[in-house]
Design a protein around this ligand. Structure first.
Ligand code: HEC
Length: 698
């Protein structure tokens, strides 16, 4: 049953000659089946190990797409961000949803086959920087695998949804989370974790798919000197200063993985530093390996092979956890095995994936932290002003921590030779926080997070909104330049799928799910999804019919934290659903009716200027990451300016200090805030509500 490389290659060529339909392949998922996938199924997160998110199916194409319609839909039982890629195996669809739940459907009829709820405790929501999301499952044998927000890796029976085994992959007393999808290579289930905003040390672990036994663990950043046994960590020690291990140092590997079976290398994207501010992490010096790096690992042993660091000495939350994609490109007349990534720092990297050497790097959105990359050294040419901890002044950095590109998957089209990027134009006021000390709960980044709060000034708001946009960029990775672009008014748009039907599918924050011409970007089809779509679609074929499946459901880091810049048009309603389309589909979504927000009608202002100022500081530090910058809520988490509890100091206290809503994801802040400080936050929100009403916000 185990995947053998030779067998896989043999099967691959067999499949290529005979166009072997998937029904003749064995029922169990294995490496050979993933490699031979002819498009009838979607067996792995990025469809194939190279993570190209390109399907050879072409029944839905530029000619037929006008007849594409809803085959069926299923309502989900959470209303937070939906980010998962649907898997399609043997005529069934498997998804995960917010709060790490799993569901299985008949792909043709939409019948719910089973559902699974790992019952993640609501309090765990506070460890999640970026909403209580989950990006999907992996399949192997007759099992499915998923991570849970509280750090478990769970194996489910694919037929019944029953738990086969479950292991705790991390120290649950620390603010770790899992939101990423596992990958399985040769019977080894590989899973990372997140938490570098809060204070943890990143690692990746492999488990035996049959038993859940731990096989190896790879740490991305060194522990205290003397405690490191792996060579790559001993080597990394010299790139750090001070007592970096005290805040974990970060480097969580929360999303991107890709695998090259020929080279037998697993590529993993490493996250940001913990804390973000390098001054507090490493005395403001050193490369801090292997933060913000792409690392190549031997999947059998977890051994380090090579790395490429996209942002040495990272201090802006410039993770390299973004989508890693493998392809073979002809560059300067030579066929090259490349690895491509468009990480948060705004540069599109093309690496030689046999050795990690930089082939080229070019910015795909405007950036101001560096002017370019020196290909000979593989290092950025940094703008000295960008190290804000040296000046102590606000530095308006582009991209901001949300990135030039976040987790939303890209797609590759081998016909056009293009990589499509769901890109972001963003900026952020980075300001060093003097005398910073970590807290038990919430963001621990070493920055003054309240300093950048949006002022109650119509002009500044309009400027910030105009400067924050989304783009769909068709990027030529050989020429390192765009072929076409589409601009969106909002930054946070959906992941991508490209098909042999010369179509590119993407949802967006305006609630559209669109199909574009891969060559020109011309919009050929559009569906009203009634909510923001951030997840990437997948496609498959059952009984000769091609389907496209996508999760709709507004949420994730940007919607919950960015305030008025996230949703200039007002909150977006979250209607979380699985949507499945086919040619001739006649399904209709029910009329959503009007979106009746509670009015912006705050209670009388009673707080003093000092109380409001104190509330502003603590709101910025502890609350804004979930309830939105400056109190502007988003439709995903509560808009506190409209909250029922805003007018009642006692109820407010029972929630904020007493933890009355902790089961729903709102913990008690009594270890961080006194009763008076919590009350001052209420005064601040009341004040903001009055200011926003005066500005004409509804
Ligand atoms: C990790 C995310 C997160 C953070 C951080 C957070 N909250 Fe919440 N909060 C929530 C969620 C989720 C709910 C809704 C709970 C529910 O559905 O019952 C909530 C609800 C509330 C409510 C109830 C609103 C109502 O409808 O009356 C108040 C008040 C509140 N939060 C205040 C705060 C304050 C003050 C802070 C900062 C000290 C804060 N929250 C930080 C997630 C968060």
């Amino acid at each position: 049953m185990r995947f053998r490389l030779l067998a896989a290659v043999a099967l691959l060529s067999l499949a290529a000659c005979k166009q072997q339909p998937s029904s003749e392949l064995p029922g169990a998922v294995n490496g050979a089946r993933i490699l031979a996938a002819n498009g009838d199924e979607w067996l792995s997160y990025g469809r194939t190990y190279d993570e190209q998110r390109n399907s050879p199916l072409d029944q839905i194409n530029q000619g037929t797409v006008k007849n594409l319609g809803l085959a069926w839909f299923a309502d989900l039982d959470t209303a937070r961000g939906q980010e998962a890629t649907p898997l399609a195996i043997d005529g069934k669809i498997y998804i995960t949803t917010a709060w790490s739940k799993a569901k299985a459907y008949d792909a043709v009829t939409g019948k719910l086959e089973w559902e699974y709820d790992p019952k993640v405790p609501g309090e765990r929501g506070v460890a999640a920087c970026c909403d209580v999301v989950n990006r999907g499952m992996a399949a192997w044998g007759d099992k499915l695998f998923m991570g849970t927000l509280d750090g478990r890796l769970v194996a489910l029976d694919r037929k019944t949804g029953k738990e086969v085994w479950s292991v705790v992959t991390l120290d649950q007393s620390k603010p770790y989370t899992i939101t990423g999808a596992p990958r399985v290579i040769d019977g080894k289930v590989i899973i990372g974790n997140g938490g570098a905003e809060m204070g943890v040390r990143g690692f990746l672990t492999a488990y035996d798919a049959d038993t859940g036994k731990e096989l190896w663990r790879f740490y991305s950043v060194p522990d205290e000197p003397g405690k490191n046994t792996a060579d790559h960590l001993k080597k990394a020690e010299a790139t750090w200063k001070g007592e970096w291990w005290k805040q974990g140092a970060g480097g969580t590997m929360w999303d991107a993985m890709a695998y090259d079976p020929e080279l037998d290398l697993l590529y993993v994207g490493v996250g940001n530093g913990s804390p973000w501010n390098q001054y507090y992490r490493s005395q403001g010096e050193g490369d801090n390996l292997y933060l913000s790096s792409i690392v190549a690992i031997r999947p059998k042993t977890g051994e380090y092979v090579w790395h490429f660091q996209t942002t040495p000495g990272e201090t802006w939350d410039y993770t390299a956890t973004q989508h890693i994609m493998l392809a073979d490109l002809t560059i300067d007349g030579a066929k090259r095995k490349v690895l491509m990534q468009a990480p948060k720092n705004g540069f599109f990297f093309v690496l030689d994936r046999t050795n990690g050497k930089l082939i080229s790097a070019k910015n795909f959105v405007p950036v101001n932290w560096a002017t370019g990359f020196d290909v000979a050294t593989g290092r950025p040419i940094e703008n000295p002003e960008s190290r804000y901890y040296r000046s102590g002044k606000v530095w308006l950095g582009s991209p901001g921590p949300i990135g030039a590109h976040n987790w939303h998957p890209m797609a590759y089209d081998p016909l056009e030779g293009l990589v499509y990027i769901p890109a972001i134009n963003s900026a952020f006021p980075f300001l060093h926080k003097p005398d910073w000390k970590p807290n038990k709960h919430g963001f621990n980044v070493g920055l003054d997070l309240a300093a950048g709060a949006m002022p109650a000034d119509a002009k500044i708001r309009a400027g910030a909104i105009a400067a924050t946009t989304g783009e769909l960029i068709a990027w030529d990775p050989v020429a390192q330049k765009p072929r076409w672009k589409i601009k969106f008014p909002g930054a946070w748009n959906g992941g991508l799928l490209a098909t042999a039907g010369k179509l590119l599918f993407q949802g967006n924050m305006a609630g559209e799910f669109n199909a574009y011409d891969t060559a020109t970007g011309k919009k050929l089809w559009s569906f009203d999804a009634q909510t923001g779509v951030v997840a990437p679609p997948s496609t498959f074929r059952v009984n000769g019919e091609q389907y496209v499946a996508v999760l709709a459901g507004w949420g994730g880091a940007w919607p919950i934290s960015a305030g008025v810049v996230a949703e200039p048009q007002g909150p977006i309603r979250n209607h979380s659903r699985l949507l499945v389309f086919k040619i001739g589909g006649k399904g209709k979504l029910p009329d959503p009716g009007p979106y009746n927000l509670p009015p912006l009608d705050p209670p009388a202002k009673t707080g003093t200027a000092d109380q409001i100022a104190d509330g502003a500081r603590n709101y910025g530090q502890f609350c804004s990451v979930c309830h939105g910058d400056s109190g502007v809520g988003t439709g995903v988490t509560r808009d506190l300016r409209r909250a029922g509890s805003l007018g009642d100091a006692k109820i407010w206290n029972q929630i904020v200090i007493g933890g009355a809503l902790k089961a729903n994801g709102m913990i008690s802040w009594k270890e961080e805030l006194s009763d008076q400080q919590a009350e001052n936050i209420r005064h601040y929100v009341i004040n903001r509500a009055h200011q926003d009403k005066a500005l004409g916000m509804k």
